[in-house]
Ligand binder design. Sequence first.
Ligand code: HEM
Length: 501
Amino acid sequence: MKVFKYSILFSTIFAASTQAETLTRDNGAAVGDNQNSYTAGEQGAVFLQDVQLIQKLQRFARERIPERVVHARGTGVHGEFVASKNISDLTFASVFEKGKKTPVFVRFSTVIHGKGSPETLRDPRGFATKFYTDDGNWDLVGNNLPVFFIRDAIKFPDMVHSLKPSPVTNQQDPNRFFDFFSHVPESTHMLTWVYSDYGTPANLRQMDGFGVHAYKMINEENKVSYVKFQWKSQQGINNLNASEAAEIQGKDFSHATRDMYTAIEKGNYPKWDLYVKVLSPSQLNDFDYNPLDATKRWLDVPETKVGTMTLNRVPDNFFQETEQSAFAPANLVPGIEPSEDRLLQGRVFSYADTQMYRLGANHQQLPINRARVPVTNWNQDGQGNQGNQTSDVNYQPSRLDPRTESLEGRYSAMPLSGNYQQKAISKQQPFAQAGVLYRSFSKEEQDNLISNLAGDLGKVRDDETRHIMLSHFYQADKNYGTRLAKAVGGDLRKVKNLVAM
Ligand code: HEM
């Protein structure tokens, strides 16, 4: 058998990109007939011996892997991040050394709807970036909106169950998710974002990205700072109103992916500037909310630009790259750590865990997920292992293999006091920033928000649920709650009584 183009080097025969001139089976042997099964004569039975037939059917039946439990629909793009400012006072992470270029892979996604759903549907958009840094991979797994619905990971499966289609009807139902959210006043801020036109971005290029949580940055002197990340689109922001979204949906249910692929094909590479907001540990007490609460923005905290990302190449293969990409808040590098935000702490566990189920224990060895630096530890074996363990020392410490840990990988130290407890945070402030957001909207944005929200809240049959939701929006802003009550035929006296209670 001839190997197409590169037959000389033994090593290239093993390269994934090597293509044979004619069809082969998975073992590399030639296929003789890919159109007719091997049969016993004209009318006779089909032989089990026809390995090509059997293998083709077997492999076809195994093409699907579990879709992501959330963020199933996505678009991946390669690019580069260039650090633009010396922030060694904040972190020693090499990705932020001024002028440093780091390859990235970004996956944009919708959250709740399944893998084949239209890209026009109302939803936050995922904005996950994998930086292949000199210190290992760093994943900044964010959204296009600055806050989240809940502040504790223990609520996440219930929230997602309520938002996903009903286990009985297999349809998404506002009766179910507003039933849930009526018990979660801190969701008012995020619901205001999602039901505004920010819940239907016009495409993936014209939206910002937010890390949402506070992270910690650590510098050479072990000084800890709290930071929040924001990607700001150089393309500006562009959202759809409900009728624009419906019109596009009728014509093209992949409009956002198409827009991204077309822009890159034309050399119109989208760019985002990365900004950080910084608080010292002692400043965490300076606010009337908890800055480690993921339902809050750090309003009025100054921001600094630290670099720019350019996306310039679409994947060669959607499944191998976009589908098999695995972003995890656990993928951090020395100099960047999670904060104590209890939503983030849950995420640090959850993503790596689901990826071991979705892609297997060795998913970090897949080319799209593989670190660009050598990986050495004694995690071993498991399905699909492509490691290159050649030594018989697979334990540590050892005199035979003296490799040890490095100091820069140690977690930061901070003082600790208090009790073991299971208790909600203090300074919850569930409504104030939703009000700030509502009042920051233009008249048209407010009108669209009311009409988008009334469309779903108006479908809620349970009178108490509807009025509790109205009381949340009323507490964010009286005008907001009053207009919404009118739009869904609510009773404003009931709303005010609930507020008084
Ligand atoms: C405790 C809260 C949360 C939990 C338990 C959680 C869990 C998950 C899980 C299990 C996945 C699927 C991962 C995979 O199969 O590869 C996922 C995807 C994702 N989540 Fe979360 N999530 C939480 C909150 C958030 C928040 C607050 C954000 C935004 C800041 C976010 C952004 C994303 C993104 C962007 C993806 C898709 C990553 C990709 O493109 O592959 N999630 N989440």
